[in-house]
Design a protein around this ligand. Structure first.
Ligand code: LRH
Length: 472
């Protein structure tokens, strides 16, 4: 696989003077300011993202004029509101704090236990249905006639065809995990208009040809089309796990760590809800039974905080080497605690967590880094064990794919803490899974090949790095 373009995708925080701040306007503008961060919105710069995607596609099509298909995937849950085909504003970033009100609004109508029975989805305050409830409360939703998730939005801009690709649709909380159809009744109860969400479509099907204007912008021939893939990045990553048998757990490790197993059908149990496991839709009708366990976001936010304080850039490799050399035991904290979701000063939040739980506070960046990685590894170990218990699946090895697969300390600590062999890589699993589903649709790997056959292609061409557990 050749990598053509990579570009940053940073959220933007803007002052929005929310309605709740305005309502207090009688008490002066200070009332709005008193609520501090509440008046700010965190958004994606989606047009810049689309521009960068276009630039990447132009280079790819110039270098490889035989390209016939494009597949789009991205992070989950976020969406744009549209009316008459036009986007109504920059999509919110899921870490925006408006979701707190959205959760309360949904739970006042459908309690958490019933909601889980309906959608089988782990509770994350930013699941799309909570965001939609917040948009309903603010009045934004009433302006819209369509909601498109981020990859579907990009696909729509490329082809003019708007659908809801099913793997990503499963992260909205509005999909029935058994029928893989929209839950119209749940939508009605939540006051979400029927028809707001477009028709569902499976990965592997064709979305459509590029619009002629787009094709000419990109320098693409008339035959180039968009093929639907596992448009949820994690779904594509799971396709590319180089497993040679069934007994594996996966960790798609990046900003988030998605830790779980693959199933043929959903497991929606009260025990699974209590442990906060999700049944997300996979490619070929599979189920991704997994849990979001935070991820390297904890480290990247910490690095940002230290860099801001010192004014000097931090060399990540050097920081990790110093963290490896820490010999004294460091505290392990709950990496899944909700306080770590929003952007900000992560070292202070970790220190607060340690103080509240009466354990030693890390003293310097190397110790914080070690504490973060140990905490992630412990969370991985607990989660893999829970996934096996809750599903009855045997797990004899763990595949770590994505950026975290390059973090040797994290991979080794995961092997140590789980007592299982860790097989690390490929780092670009998401892109590979995306491409393999397109290749199968185009007949470049036999049409009808199973997911196992696609994984065999990955394991034949990519050798994972093996980490064996060290005795403690
Ligand atoms: C990982 C991911 C994850 C979601 C989160 C919003 O990139 O898609 O699966 O929970 O982003």
């Amino acid at each position: 696989m050749q990598h053509v373009a990579r570009f940053p995708n940073q959220p933007v925080r803007v002052y929005e003077g929310r309605a709740d701040a305005d309502a207090d306007a009688g008490a002066g503008a200070a009332a709005g300011q008193a609520s501090g961060e509440a008046a700010f919105g965190l958004h994606w710069n989606i047009l810049e993202l689309y521009r960068s995607v276009g630039a990447g596609l132009r280079s790819a099509l110039r270098d490889e004029p035989d390209v016939v298909s494009i597949g789009v995937d991205s992070w989950a849950v976020d969406y744009a509101l549209l009316r008459g085909g036009r986007m109504l504003g920059a999509p919110y970033n899921y870490r925006d704090e408006r979701t707190t009100a959205g959760v309360a609004a949904v739970h006042s109508v459908v309690g958490p236990a019933e909601l889980y029975r309906l959608n089988g989805l782990q509770h994350l305050p930013f699941n799309s249905l909570f965001q939609l409830a917040a948009d309903r409360a603010s009045g934004d939703l009433a302006l819209a006639d369509t909601v498109l998730l981020i990859p579907d939005l990009l696909g729509y801009w490329l082809t003019g065809v708007g659908v809801a690709e099913i793997t990503n649709a499963s992260t909205t909380g509005l999909l029935n995990p058994h029928t893989r159809g929209w839950d119209a009744e749940l939508m009605t109860r939540l006051g979400l208009p029927a028809g707001l969400l477009p028709r569902l479509a499976e990965p592997g099907s064709s979305l459509g040809r590029l619009l002629p204007e787009v094709a000419s912008d990109l320098g693409a021939g008339p035959g180039v089309g968009v093929t639907l893939v596992g448009s949820h990045d994690t779904a594509s990553a799971v396709v590319a796990v180089p497993a040679t048998d069934d007994d594996f757990a996966y960790i798609s490790s990046g900003t988030w760590s998605l830790v779980g197993v693959e199933l043929e059908s959903p497991v929606v149990s009260e025990e699974g809800r209590a442990a906060n496991f999700t049944n997300e839709g996979g490619v070929d009708g599979r189920v991704r039974y997994l849990k979001n366990v935070s991820g390297l976001w904890l480290l990247s936010e910490s690095v940002r905080t230290w860099e801001r304080a010192s004014g000097t850039p931090i060399e990540l490799a050097e920081l990790l080497a110093r963290a490896s050399a820490v010999t004294a035991p460091v505290s392990v904290f709950d990496a899944a605690d909700d306080r770590f979701i929003t952007p900000g000063d992560m070292p202070s939040r970790i220190a607060d967590w340690c103080r509240e739980h009466g354990v030693a506070v890390p003293q310097n960046p190397a110790e914080f880094t070690r504490s973060i990685l140990e905490s992630l590894a412990v969370a991985y170990a607990t989660t893999v064990q829970q996934a096996a218990e809750l599903t009855g699946k045997t797990v004899s090895a763990i595949h770590i794919v994505g950026g975290g697969s390059l973090n040797e300390l994290l991979c080794q600590l995961t092997a140590d803490r789980t007592g299982l062999t860790v097989l690390a890589g490929p780092v670009e699993a998401t892109a590979i899974g995306n491409i393999l589903v397109q290749a199968r649709a185009a007949g470049m790997v036999p049409v009808g090949s199973s997911l196992e056959a696609l994984r065999a292609v990955v394991s034949a061409t990519f050798r994972p790095t093996r980490y064996r557990p060290r005795g403690r």
